[in-house]
Ligand binder design. Structure first.
Ligand code: KIV
Length: 278
């Protein structure tokens, strides 16, 4: 099956099929999520927090996104690859946005790019789409504006905020985005936006009324047991077995019980040919 395109994903909404999207930041995870059948993989700038240990996404650079895009893109066989445009790689001007998007496609293997904002980024979306690069928009909680929003909190509450969110979603559709992420928006509002748009909505903390869902892969796999926001469902609890596996390794190295004879090469044995080695 070939890689999914922006057109395929738009068609999924037309066909009433839900879209499953997940983040990935490295080759191995990307290979696993692709094999598991996700429709879209997002190299999110959330990598600043879950991969680089930063307090927010603001310090992530375009070079970071290119690097991680390339790692993930090499692994994908069927899933569509969207790469995030990091803070200050598109806000300056539509020209800057176009040049940044160009790098993500040429060097970062992106099939589409994602940027945050509604009406205020319409000109940037128009410029990128005009150059033939599909765009995913992102409205609601836009983490790159964390300081202006006063924290990571639900957006679109109250009449005026809800009306603005609807205007933002319509503006990005009008500018040419082929999909839009709705982050931390009341479920009722997300369902209204989804009904009003002909492009797919992909929700995170926005309820089941969206056309698709996205989760950060570390959250989905339960890699950080101390982090449990309301909208995350952990489909596994991997932090504990991973910690236990490494603890066991440390124990065996300290005790001298690893490696055993079967993990050891011997002079008389024929040289084994390994498929891969570091
Ligand atoms: O950066 C990211 O991972 C995202 C998703 C949470 C939508 O933007």
């Amino acid at each position: 099956m070939p890689r999914k395109t922006a057109l395929d994903l738009r068609q999924m909404k037309a066909d009433n099929q839900k879209i499953a999207m997940v983040t990935a930041y490295d080759y191995t995870t990307a290979r696993i999520v692709d094999t598991a059948g996700v429709d879209m993989v997002l190299v999110g700038d959330s990598l600043g927090m879950v991969f680089q240990g930063l307090p927010d996404t603001l310090g992530v650079t375009l070079d970071d996104m290119v690097y991680h895009g390339r790692c993930v893109g090499r692994a994908l066989r069927t899933a569509h690859l969207t790469v995030d445009m990091p803070f200050m790689s598109y806000q300056v001007s539509p020209q800057q946005a176009l040049e940044s998007a160009g790098r993500l496609v040429k060097e970062g293997l992106a099939q589409s790019v994602k940027l945050e904002g509604g009406e205020r980024v319409a000109a940037a979306i128009d410029a990128i789409v005009g150059a033939g690069v599909p765009v995913v928009a992102h409205v609601g909680l836009t983490p790159q504006s964390v300081h202006a929003l006063g924290g990571f909190r639900v957006q679109g509450r109250g009449e005026e905020a809800a009306a603005q969110l609807m205007r933002d979603a319509l503006a990005v559709q009008e500018a040419g985005a082929f999909a839009v992420v709705l982050e931390m928006v009341p479920g009722e509002l997300a369902a209204e936006v989804t009904a009003a748009l002909h492009i797919p909505t992909i929700g995170i903390g926005a309820g089941v009324g969206c056309d698709g869902q996205v989760l950060v892969v570390n959250d989905l796999l339960g890699l950080d047991s101390s982090f449990h926001p309301r909208f995350v469902k952990r489909f596994a609890e991997l932090e504990s077995p991973m910690t236990e596996a490494v603890r066991q390794y440390v124990r065996e190295v300290h005790e001298g019980t690893f490696p055993q004879a079967r993990h050891t090469f011997h002079r008389e044995q024929p040289a084994p040919k390994l498929a891969k080695i570091y």
